[in-house]
Design a protein around this ligand. Structure first.
Ligand SMILES: Cc1ncc(COP(=O)(O)O)c(C=O)c1O
Length: 373
């Protein structure tokens, strides 16, 4: 073999897609911190900080709160594989791609899955979920808080959770694109399991997936007739590993954990209300600019994410070509729509460290230039 491998030198992209988002320099620097062993007392203190900070950002007191090694899909898989026992009934509320992913996973774990569908871009009225549960009593309801395929935010989570509990179901909420950018109030909404990912509004690199499990859901997991099928994602084993007296389960991704801790520390320093206000103000800036470029938003303002904007493309825009030129000429990444929204919308993420007015200005100027060509 006589090939030469050059130094790693990827293009200096501005990440304004649906994730990963830009990572704060403080987080990048933290990743260069020398490693300690994953059972070192210093590392256990770091895990303990991560747990505390995750409780802060999820707004919960849940004891069982940690970060699963892997991306958001790993936490999704942890939630479902720990709750579902074969033939359990699960109501999957689907208003976009990720709602369907939850349903597909439930099928794979042997649940009897019923799909409650809404057109992409719409959200559920809690009464619809109540009606569905009245004819299909389910053990678990899955719902996506921030649907990254459409840009829609599901409101009324507290009402939906009350309905689920009245109907003896547990609510599993996907907060991948909301946590750290928009209010996620796990305890006051009484959500049973919620999960997210490190690389969206928390602005850490991908590789860890926050998850929180309330005592009600934990009890259901402890009463399973057999252990969950995936050893790696067994939440009770993970809980022991993340305890003060850890029992080896896997080798934690040390540098990624450093990064998540630093990213969460940044959230803590900014404060949640200020962080949510920043995301909204920057998003509003983008919305106005997009409208001015005749790119109206796909989702009505009342249910619009502030972490991810989805402008509609007018006829005449060559979607793939324009995004490619945006990347090549301006080093800016945004994403296209997919499924029924392919070629119809773009997905522009303003999450965490990406959510800054200067990024909006840069993107709008670049779009104006390319659209004018
Ligand atoms: C709403 C939602 N759920 C789940 C996922 C899966 O997360 P990951 O790609 O980190 O596995 C994503 C990823 O974009 C998402 O947006």
């Amino acid at each position: 073999m006589n090939k030469t491998y050059t130094d790693l030198n990827p293009s200096p992209r501005l990440l304004l897609g649906p994730g990963p988002s830009m990572v704060h320099p403080r987080v990048l620097r933290t990743m260069a911190t020398p490693l300690v062993g994953h059972l070192d007392p210093d590392f256990l203190a770091i895990l303990s900080d991560v747990k505390d900070l995750l409780r802060f950002v999820f707004q919960t007191e849940n004891e069982l709160t940690l970060a699963v090694p892997g991306t958001g899909t790993a936490a999704m898989e942890a939630a479902l594989s720990n709750l579902i026992e074969p033939s359990d009934r699960l109501l999957a509320c689907i208003h976009g791609y990720f709602g369907e992913r939850l349903a597909e996973m439930a099928d794979r774990y042997g649940a009897q899955t019923k799909r409650l569908q809404r057109p992409w871009g719409e959200v559920f009225d809690p009464d619809e979920i109540d009606l569905a549960l009245s004819t299909f009593p389910a053990k678990i309801v899955t719902l996506v808080h921030a649907e990254t395929s459409t840009g829609a935010l599901q409101p009324d989570i507290d009402v939906i959770s009350e309905i689920c509990h009245r109907r003896s179901a547990l609510l599993v909420l996907d907060c991948v694109t909301s946590l750290g950018g928009m209010p996620v109030e796990i305890d006051s909404w009484d959500v049973d399991i919620a999960f997210s990912a490190s690389q969206k509004a928390l602005s850490a690199p991908p590789g860890l997936a926050p998850i929180t499990i309330n005592p009600r859901a934990r009890e259901v997991i402890t009463k399973r007739s057999s252990p969950p099928p995936a050893f790696f994602l067994d939440l009770l084993l993970l809980e022991r590993y993340w305890s003060d007296q850890p029992i080896y389960h896997h080798t934690a991704p040390i540098s990624t954990t450093y990064a998540l801790r630093e990213a969460l520390r940044l959230v803590y320093e900014e404060g949640l209300p200020a962080r949510f206000r920043r995301h909204r103000a920057v998003a509003e800036n983008l919305w106005q600019g997009l409208e001015a470029l005749s790119l109206p938003l796909f989702v009505p303002q009342e249910i619009r994410l502030t972490t991810l904007a989805t402008p509609q493309l007018h006829q005449g825009i060559d979607d793939a070509n324009l995004r490619q030129r945006l990347l090549e000429i301006y080093n800016i990444e945004i994403a296209g729509g997919f499924g029924p929204l392919a070629g119809k919308i773009w997905r522009i993420g303003l999450m965490g460290y990406s959510s800054r007015v200067e990024n909006v200005r840069l993107l709008l100027a670049a779009l104006e230039d390319l659209l004018g060509e």
